[in-house]
Design a protein around this ligand. Structure first.
Ligand code: SF4
Ligand code: SF4
Length: 384
């Protein structure tokens, strides 16, 4: 297998095909701290793309409650069991992955270490999540402060990986990565439904349709992206956790680009399970309340510093003016942002043509209305 460079691992690794990066790579950052698990993103995608026959249990966007929720069932613990504990050399800057990726651990005759879910694993998304497993007696409370227990919501779509396992594993070469934006697609005409992509994708974002007998996956709403617009799951996010743009390699990072700023400059947005070796292109700001060891396993050795930066922003917003500005641009527009700036007390986002797309005040103004409006004879309440 050819050697390719994976900057998230800070080393070369074996991959099925030679390194061939797109002209630009579409990307998004999800701030987990703000996700409320409302599933609006899930339904926005479902009603747009997967309401047909054979797609009844198919969710290209799903949101699961961590640490125990998963869709399909056990997707992460099964591949982590096979991959083994991640080993990072933190003496290097950046840290270097010393373990084996799923490509390097591939069993003889296969192109990636993986597993194939059964139908039952897809059949119960969110079943049992967010439920107590015992009655709460009078006088007891779910949470004590500081929190003795923790959970968080993990929203997931296809990562449109730089080194997709689905693409590597497909014996029909039916999967391709678009040169113009890095979106990974399955050619429905070429696919024969062997399900090698479903087996190989560690994030389990390639899914099999029993009616059409071909595999399907998230398409990052490419018709919208071609118009400079955000995917459906992103623009409908109620918690405003998401921001969409293009990401660069560290040595080409542009600090005025909102994604590069979060990923490379502040290093607050991290890849999900980077140790698997796919260089995924969806990034997460880790939840501050979760167990640090859990976050290191999930997001790599940068998790502690990312949490510390986020807490610093919370404790003293004035200490991180640019970070505050870029996070306020999350779901403030549906235009893909190429640049952001802080203009006085306003965060400004510019689209890919460098035209101003949105302007958000750092502090929302407050208006208090008179309780009584004698002009039209009504009483009012100030509820927000
Ligand atoms: S997340 Fe899975 S389906 Fe998506 S590009 Fe990566 S390997 Fe392929
Ligand atoms: S719409 Fe946003 S806040 Fe709601 S579950 Fe999806 S990612 Fe979380």
């Amino acid at each position: 297998m050819p050697d390719v460079f994976n900057w998230q691992l800070n080393r070369s690794m074996a991959y099925e095909y030679a390194e061939s990066r797109p002209n630009r790579q579409v990307s998004a950052v999800f701030d987990i701290n703000k996700c409320i698990g409302c599933q609006t993103c899930t339904m926005a995608c479902k009603t747009t793309w997967t309401s047909g026959k054979g797609q009844e249990y198919m969710f290209w966007n799903s949101v699961e409650t961590k640490p125990y929720g998963s869709y399909p069932l056990g997707w992460d613990v099964r591949i982590l069991d096979k991959a083994g504990a991640a080993s990072w050399d933190t003496a290097t800057r950046p840290a270097t992955f010393r373990g084996q990726t799923i490509f390097e651990k591939a069993p003889a005759g296969e192109r990636a270490e993986g597993w194939l879910p059964e139908d039952v694993h897809w059949a119960y998304p969110n079943r049992g999540e967010d439920e107590t497993n015992a009655p709460i007696d009078s006088g007891l409370h779910h949470l004590s402060i500081p929190h003795a227990i923790w959970n968080f919501y993990l929203a997931r779509i296809c990562m449109h990986c730089t080194y997709p396992a689905c693409l590597a594993a497909c014996p029909r070469k039916a999967i391709y990565k678009r040169k113009e934006d890095g979106i990974v697609l399955i050619d429905q005409e070429r696919c024969r439904g062997y399900r090698e992509c479903v087996r190989a994708c560690p994030y389990k974002r390639a899914m099999y349709n029993h009616v059409t007998r071909v595999s399907e996956k998230c398409i990052f709403c490419y018709p919208a992206v071609e118009q400079g617009r955000w995917p459906r799951c992103m623009r409908n996010c109620i918690g405003k956790i998401r921001i969409v743009g293009y990401v660069h390699k560290p040595n080409e990072a542009d600090p005025e680009n909102p994604i590069d700023f979060l990923v490379h400059t502040k290093k607050i947005a991290l890849p999900l399970y980077p140790q698997l070796g796919l260089e995924p292109n969806i990034y997460y700001i880790p939840p501050v309340q979760a167990d640090a060891r859990f976050l290191r396993q999930m997001f790599g050795p940068g998790a502690d510093a990312a949490v510390a930066t986020y807490k610093r922003l919370h404790d003293n917003p004035a200490s991180e003016p640019l970070l505050r500005a870029v996070l306020l641009l999350c779901v403030s527009t549906d235009r893909i942002l190429g640049r952001f700036a802080l203009d006085g007390q306003e965060a400004v986002g510019y689209d890919m043509q460098d035209v101003e797309a949105v302007r958000v005040p750092l502090v929302e103004p407050t208006y208090v209305r008179d309780f009584s409006d004698p002009a039209i004879g009504v009483y009012r309440h100030n509820i927000t």
